[in-house]
Design a protein around this ligand. Structure first.
Ligand code: BGC
Length: 726
């Protein structure tokens, strides 16, 4: 169908048919059994039965058979033959469970993230889904916020690169192609910055902060051709995003040229009333439509008020028509008018279930994500003793559980994901003793902590050569509506580690969590710490191989780990202050009296079983040839006898500008694999764009002057040189 045909179709539609296209409901309204829990509250909808058949899309219904049947019923009743669009939250895998996005960010491997999204798209498409509400690309600096697990972290550049990889992975060349999904970037905008880390709370930022940090990753998605954009729950410049004209009309459409539909987040149109910027249902509908929210998710203000608003002259029908056209264009781009099922196919769906290639990919991705935070000569385990002489204790609530998928996992069926099972498989000759493996409840349960079996654990593990503490947070305490003020491990877990350390045997903590946790209190009791995140289906296998030494850790933190909650927000790219911290004993400077300014572990940090030496750091000016102003390079050598991966990171700092600049900003990275003794020369081009910033004239500008160019292994470990660019 071409644009003219779409216009013709719009001209034939009644107002109710139009408003139906602008409404999205859970599939049970349309008579389908729910396949996923609701992701928000159910409010009074005031829906008339005759409106239901006009609804244009559903969320979170899954299954080829079910969705084909739903589409058939719908098409039989659709006067103009307009198919339903099936959308769903496929965030980090569908049938195959991949690591949470925060973990995938830690891989610093966009190509692997892309692969995970490609597989998710294929599995989702076979199950009848047309569009995924992903990637979530909100920049995050506050680990109290439960949704940090859905983001790739605290850096705008890394998030942008990862976002583009995800969009490519889902959509491929064209989301219409077999096995591809349309992608919807979310949550526009700045949902990752709620005050106090409390979900749905106020966001309030300067425009410079938005432009340089919070907006770039959404723009990257638009530049990569993302099909749809979802609004956020929060305010931006004090107007809720779903009613925010500046955000959607000026920035998204006018400046960035986005032409696809914008969908509200779950009931976010309704929430403009609770926010207090709409007096009633009619005003909520009018404000959100005028601002550019085309589809209303899980509330019905458009349907209830649209007709009257137009007939009373309060809303221009052109706004509704424009929104409907965008929705129909997306349906058309996906080929739904010709084939309303798209790729829904029971046989293909079954064939993809437990597909060996997808399982292998889940492992290959999971192995890149864990971050080795500390290792004092204890890991890898296979260096300790011959396997048949090794006695390994494994203790804690994550020893035997397969609940390691993390929030937003669609497939929660049991699987072979436990750490202990994988360790036993991989080290058949070693002896394993487990202890204190009871369940760690979520914070809203009656019993929240793992049962205290500390004394028994100490007795059982007394003779072990090494003890692995499999600890963390319940995955239900991460994700949406899972904000916390205490980021420490539960009391019994901390006490268990302390008591086991008392045995005088090396203790290795493996952390299962969806956010940076406050691990300072256990650090001294642990000889090694592996940040394991929630790794999905391959969790056990990947962690076991890393612990044993069959694989080498290569993840790097993409969110700083705080010393204490009181430091938050703590992120590497802080702005310069007039009174920088220079030492513990100085008083009138920007510092805490009781805590360091620096995080416990910084952005970009992560250890390896290999050792890498850096040399020959050089920056040379190139005189603006093809927009390149300078080149930086450095040599990296694997000086150990273990093959491994190193992520070289490029940071810059503008020494003097019209507005205050951060102490450093990531502008490039490269993950290298080096054999023992091997050297690689890594070079980066430095462009004008990398040195630009948002100024008081409200535009990105480049100003000649001095810049520090830094290369190194983490945000806190770089070599730096200053250059003048005229
Ligand atoms: C979440 C979105 C999600 C939507 C649909 C909301 O509660 O904020 O991320 O896509 O529900 O499930």
């Amino acid at each position: 169908m071409n644009s003219e045909k779409i216009n013709e179709l719009v001209s034939q539609m009644t107002i109710t048919e139009k408003l139906g296209q602008l409404t999205q409901l859970a599939p049970f309204f349309l008579g389908m059994d729910p396949t996923m829990d609701l992701t928000g509250p159910m409010n009074e909808m005031n829906l008339k039965p005759e409106w239901i058949k006009e609804v244009g899309s559903t969320l979170n219904g899954f299954g080829a058979r079910e969705l084909k049947a739903l589409q058939d019923r719908h098409m039989a009743n659709s006067r103009l033959g307009i198919p339903l669009l099936f959308m769903a939250d496929i965030v980090h895998g569908y049938k195959t469970g991949f690591p949470i996005p925060l973990a995938m960010g830690s891989s610093f491997e966009p190509a692997l993230y892309e692969r995970a999204c490609e597989i998710s798209a294929k599995e989702g498409a076979a199950s009848g889904i047309h569009l995924t509400f992903a990637p979530m690309t909100d920049l995050v600096r506050d680990p109290r916020w439960g949704r940090v697990m859905e983001s790739t972290g605290e850096d705008a550049y890394l998030n942008s690169v990862m976002t583009q990889a995800a969009v490519r992975g889902y959509q491929g060349q064209n989301p219409r192609d077999k096995g591809r999904l349309a992608s919807c970037v979310k949550h526009f905008a700045a949902y990752g910055a709620p005050w106090g880390g409390r979900d749905y709370n106020t966001v309030d930022q300067s425009e410079g902060m938005l432009r340089e940090y919070y907006l770039p990753a959404y723009k990257a998605a638009v530049d990569a051709g993302v099909a749809m954009v979802m609004t956020s729950f929060n305010t931006v410049k004090r107007v809720p995003a779903s009613a925010n004209k500046w955000l959607m009309r000026d920035v998204l459409r006018e400046e960035w040229g986005f032409e696809g539909p914008v969908i509200s987040d779950y009931a976010a149109v309704d929430e403009t009333i609770t926010h207090g910027i709409a007096a009633d249902s009619a005003e909520a509908a009018r404000k959100c439509l005028e601002a550019g929210t085309d589809i209303e998710m899980m509330s019905s203000h458009y349907l209830v008020n649209g007709e009257a608003l137009v007939s009373e002259g309060k809303l221009d029908i052109a706004i509704i028509d424009e929104a409907v056209r965008r929705v129909l264009e997306l349906k058309n781009a996906l080929g739904l008018f010709e084939n309303p099922y798209k790729d829904a196919d029971e046989a293909w769906e079954a064939e993809l279930l437990n597909h060996p290639e997808h399982k292998r990919a889940a492992y290959e991705i999971a192995i890149e994500c864990p971050v080795l935070l500390k290792n004092e000569g204890v890991l890898p385990l296979n260096n300790l003793k011959p396997e048949d002489k090794l006695k390994i204790g494994v203790a804690g609530p994550f020893t035997g559980t397969d609940r390691v998928m993390g929030s937003w996992a669609v497939n929660r069926e049991s699987g072979d994901r436990s750490l202990i099972q994988a360790l036993r498989n991989q080290m058949p000759q070693a002896e394993f003793i487990t202890a204190m493996t009871g369940e760690l409840g979520p914070l809203q349960a009656d019993i929240t902590d793992v049962p205290d079996e500390i004394d028994a654990a100490v007795e059982r593990l007394r003779d072990c050569d090494v003890i692995i503490a499999a600890v963390g947070e319940n995955s239900e305490d991460t994700g949406e509506s899972a904000s916390k003020t205490i980021l420490r491990l539960s009391g019994n877990q901390e006490r268990m580690i302390h008591a086991l350390h008392g045995l005088g045997k090396p203790v290795v903590a493996v952390l299962f969590c969806g956010r940076p946790m406050e691990i300072g209190p256990i650090l001294a009791d642990c000889d090694a710490v592996l940040q394991g995140w929630f790794l999905g289906d391959a969790s056990g296998a990947a962690l076991a191989d890393l612990l044993i030494g069959k694989a080498n850790p290569s993840g790097r933190l993409t969110m700083s780990i705080p010393v204490s909650v009181g430091q938050i927000p703590v992120h590497y790219n802080a702005f310069r202050t007039g009174r920088p911290y220079r030492g513990l004993h100085e008083r009138y400077v920007s510092r805490y009296l009781d805590c360091d300014n620096e995080p416990l572990f910084p952005f970009g940090y992560g250890l390896s079983y290999s050792e890498f030496a850096y040399s020959d750091f050089m920056v040379e000016k190139t005189g603006n040839s093809d927009g390149v102003l300078a080149k930086a390079r450095i040599s990296v050598t694997n000086i150990s006898n273990v093959p491994g991966k190193e992520t070289v990171q490029l940071y810059i700092h503008d020494v003097a500008a019209q507005v205050v600049r951060p102490v450093k900003e990531l502008k490039g990275f490269r993950k290298l694999e080096l054999q023992p003794g091997e050297t690689a020369v890594v070079s980066f081009e430095i462009t004008k764009e990398m040195l630009s910033y948002w100024n008081e004239e409200r535009e990105f500008c480049f100003e000649p002057g001095a810049f520090d160019i830094m290369l190194g292994r983490s945000s806190a470990d770089v070599e730096s040189t200053r250059i003048w660019i005229g």
